[in-house]
Write a protein that binds this ligand. Structure first.
Ligand SMILES: Cc1cc2nc3c(=O)[nH]c(=O)nc-3n(C[C@H](O)[C@H](O)[C@H](O)COP(=O)(O)OP(=O)(O)OC[C@H]3O[C@@H](n4cnc5c(N)ncnc54)[C@H](O)[C@@H]3O)c2cc1C
Length: 418
């Protein structure tokens, strides 16, 4: 009887062991978890509602959703797509609903439904779940592996190992892989909000602009979406996406830089000038500060007019071409100092981890250590918010399941090194 040990009972690990044990009922399938219980993180995903996948509507290129790992995700989604994820959970008794932005949640809006479903599936399939087992090392014995633990547990020998230990913002999270001499990409955080060094902007705390374009000056990083002004700086989908796209750049620059905001969603000054001219023509007698574009809240508009150097008592008829140009330029490319980052409480992920270059992307098996597979956030794969990270966990876990079951006698679709 073959033995497969999966390290980490998170989203990818639990999904993987269920698939493995169902396909290979005679195999001994063990999941080793450092914590006291499995799926602790899944229980708090989506603010306790678990945004477990996304419809991918509006995503034209996978790179938009997966700044790291899009090429791998293209293959993994072919093995297990977002529709497959919804069907799988529905078949297990968790129907889903689609919310804004294509975000998919359990109909109950309760992450515990996802947790309990995976726990039940593991129990019914006959998976061994060993909690409180922190893996401290893996040794390649040539065709077999020896797993050692941080506590007093005896080492475990196994035919195959699947590493699903999740993301870790510090390299120590994957130090147990050091003896295997794998290529890794230094981990840095992704999905955070920005601290802004501008009291004027922060005084507008609570202001939301539905369609802004945020970018980092001097780079090509840009993201579109809603932007929220907070008491520490800026947040909202546009900023979280930007933090994901520019995760490594920002880490290298110690979270300092210049945030450019195009308040009307276009960085094109001549388009903004057209808007300014229309406003001036429509309400020439009104004060500029009191009558701005409909898309912008009044408080924010007064702030923008002030930043363009316009007097509060100035009327539209008195704006002149210089004033109009200054206003258009501020609307198209306002600039604020970024002074740091702040953790986003609803979701944060790791950019970096085990490099994809050392893996067969069809099987997620190590080229150097046949029999050793990886899935989930431990790899250099991560996504923007919206359910894409959990979808990555399901799709990669299924890729590994198919590869191992194909090799070890069950059914499966991936061609492996076996
Ligand atoms: C607060 C929060 C909310 C989120 N909400 C969402 C959301 O709504 N939608 C979405 O798509 N994504 C969300 N994410 C991201 C998502 O949760 C992760 O991308 C996903 O859980 C990754 O799955 P994984 O299996 O790779 O890792 P994890 O789910 O993190 O599981 C890894 C497991 O491995 C265990 N482990 C680690 N090291 C060892 C070791 N040495 N030995 C044994 N066990 C070990 C850990 O204890 C953990 O249980 C959220 C993240 C956070 C932090």
């Amino acid at each position: 009887m073959s033995r497969v040990a999966v390290i980490g009972a998170g989203a990818a690990g639990c999904f993987c062991v269920v698939g493995l044990k169902r396909r290979l009922p005679d195999a001994e399938v063990i999941v080793l978890e450092a914590g006291r219980k499995p799926l602790a993180k899944v229980a708090i995903t989506g603010g306790g509602r678990c945004n477990f996948t996304n419809t991918f509507e509006g995503i034209d290129r996978l790179e938009e959703a997966y700044p790291r790992g899009a090429r791998l995700m293209k293959r993994a989604l072919m093995r297990f797509s977002q529709e497959d994820a919804r069907r799988w959970f529905a078949a297990e008794g968790v129907p889903s609903v689609v919310m804004d932005g294509g975000c998919v949640f359990p109909q109950s809006q309760d992450a515990m439904d996802v947790v309990r479903t995976l726990e039940r599936a593991m129990r019914l399939a006959g998976v061994q779940v060993r909690c409180g087992s922190r893996v401290s090392g893996i040794e390649d014995l040539g065709g077999r592996f020896r797993i050692s633990f941080a506590g007093f547990d005896e080492p475990l020998e196994t035919d195959r190992v699947v590493v699903t230990t999740g993301g870790s913002p510090s390299p120590s999270g994957i130090s147990f892989l050091t003896p295997l001499d794998l290529e890794t990409v230094p981990p840095v955080p992704s999905l955070f909000t920005f601290n802004i060094g501008d009291e004027g902007l922060k005084s507008l705390m609570g202001t939301v602009v539905e369609n802004a374009l945020a970018g980092l000056a001097g780079t090509g990083f840009r993201a579109r979406g809603a932007l929220l002004v907070t008491d520490w700086g800026v947040s909202g989908p546009a900023i979280l996406k930007l933090s994901s796209y520019a995760a490594r750049h920002l880490a290298e620059n110690k979270y300092n830089g210049t945030l450019n905001v195009s308040w009307l969603g276009t960085a094109n000054e001549s388009e903004c000038l057209d808007v300014v001219r229309e406003l001036a023509a429509a309400e020439p007698r009104k004060l500029v500060a009191s009558c701005g574009p409909k898309a912008l809240p009044g408080r924010l508009w007064r702030h923008i007019a002030g930043r363009a150097g316009l007097r509060e008592e100035l009327r539209w008829a008195e704006l002149g071409s210089r004033g109009a140009a200054r206003l258009a330029s501020t609307l198209a490319c306002d600039a604020y100092p970024v002074t740091g980052r702040c953790r986003f409480k609803d979701e944060f992920v790791t950019c970096g981890g085990v490099s994809l270059s050392g893996l067969n992307l069809n099987t997620l098996e190590s080229k150097k250590h046949p029999g050793l597979h990886f899935a989930g956030e431990v790899l250099d794969v991560d996504a923007i918010t919206g359910g894409f990270n959990l979808q990555a966990a399901w799709s990669m876990a299924e890729t590994v399941t198919q590869a191992i079951s194909f090799c070890d006698g069950g059914d499966g679709g991936a061609s492996s090194s076996c």
